[in-house]
Design a protein around this ligand. Structure first.
Ligand code: GLP
Length: 280
């Protein structure tokens, strides 16, 4: 299957415009960019075009350092190019349990500082899983979060990062393709990364053990999925996502059946895909 070149037109300076696609067969478009900003701007640009094309857009947001550049570009588009996000309904993928909403390490705080404090998504249109409600009534809360997404019209576009173990949101290895919003135990790999990653801010041994997350089936219902991964530490997860068997052991591989998923990676994250990818 030939991979279609479907490059949105992000603003960019000359010399950084090269976007190369994997020159082999993939189950979905994989955009390999020479650097992060090229991918970040392209994805932000696609979101902006989607928002401009509809009076109401339901967007799924993700946390993690991978998303920072996309959100910075969205903030720039709002401030400098008049992008209006007042018609956006936002749903976040996941949240830690046991971390108060106001704690700087919560995903709610992350979203405020990375995006929501600087753009005009209406406060009552921002949905981030509530760890307290999820803790007290996991089953009921999961159903209500799903129902809120459905009532909003379903997700038009969901952003996704990749864990080093190829988790998506907090769907850790072993998560079923039909899983829904629920409370989960976090994988040791995920906890170790959270404890070694400056952005997450957890001291060794203090990362949360549980989280509330949209399920794989919830994510697969989004009309568009855009996956981003940068850096060599994601290369193995990217390769397994793109070329591996479709298995619950590699949660992101379950995206392979989706009708509109695109993956954006820099050269380092593409290292496991094919020799020479990203070299000029
Ligand atoms: C957390 C989130 C994921 C995110 C991942 C990657 O585990 N639950 O949704 O994709 O972090 O984080 P980073 O972008 O910092 O590598």
């Amino acid at each position: 299957m030939a991979v279609p070149l479907s490059m949105p037109s992000p603003s960019r300076s000359p010399g950084e415009s090269r976007v190369r696609l994997l020159p082999t067969e993939t189950p979905f478009p994989v955009h390999v960019t020479p650097d992060r900003p090229t991918a970040e701007r392209a994805v932000a640009c696609e979101i902006a075009e989607l928002v401009r094309s509809k009076s109401r857009t339901v967007l799924g947001f993700a946390t993690g350092s991978t998303m920072c550049g996309v959100y910075a570009e969205l903030v720039r588009l709002v401030r400098e190019e008049g992008l209006d996000l007042s018609g956006v309904v936002a749903f976040n993928l996941d949240e830690y349990l046991g971390i108060p909403a106001a704690d700087p390490r919560s995903f709610r705080s992350f979203m405020r500082h990375a995006l929501f404090d600087y753009v005009n998504v209406p406060e009552d249109a921002i949905h981030i899983p509530d760890p307290e409600l999820a803790r007290f009534d996991p089953a009921g809360y999961g159903l209500r979060y799903e129902e809120t997404i459905r009532a909003a019209g379903g997700l038009d576009l969901q952003l996704l990062g990749l864990g080093r173990n190829a988790h998506i949101a907090f769907n850790e290895p072993g998560s079923a393709a039909d899983s829904r919003t629920r409370v989960v135990e976090l994988d040791d790999v995920t906890r170790r990364v959270a404890e070694s990653n400056g952005t997450a801010g957890f001291a060794v041994g203090s990362a949360p053990t549980r989280a509330v997350t949209m399920g794989i089936a919830t994510i697969l219902e989004a009309r568009r999925l855009r996956v981003l991964a940068f850096g060599e530490e994601k290369a193995q997860a990217v390769a397994a996502t793109v070329f591996g068997p479709r298995t619950a052991d590699v949660p992101a591989s379950l995206l392979q059946g989706h009708a509109d998923v695109e993956v954006w990676v820099d050269t380092a994250a593409a290292a496991g895909l094919a020799p020479g990818v990203g070299e000029s």
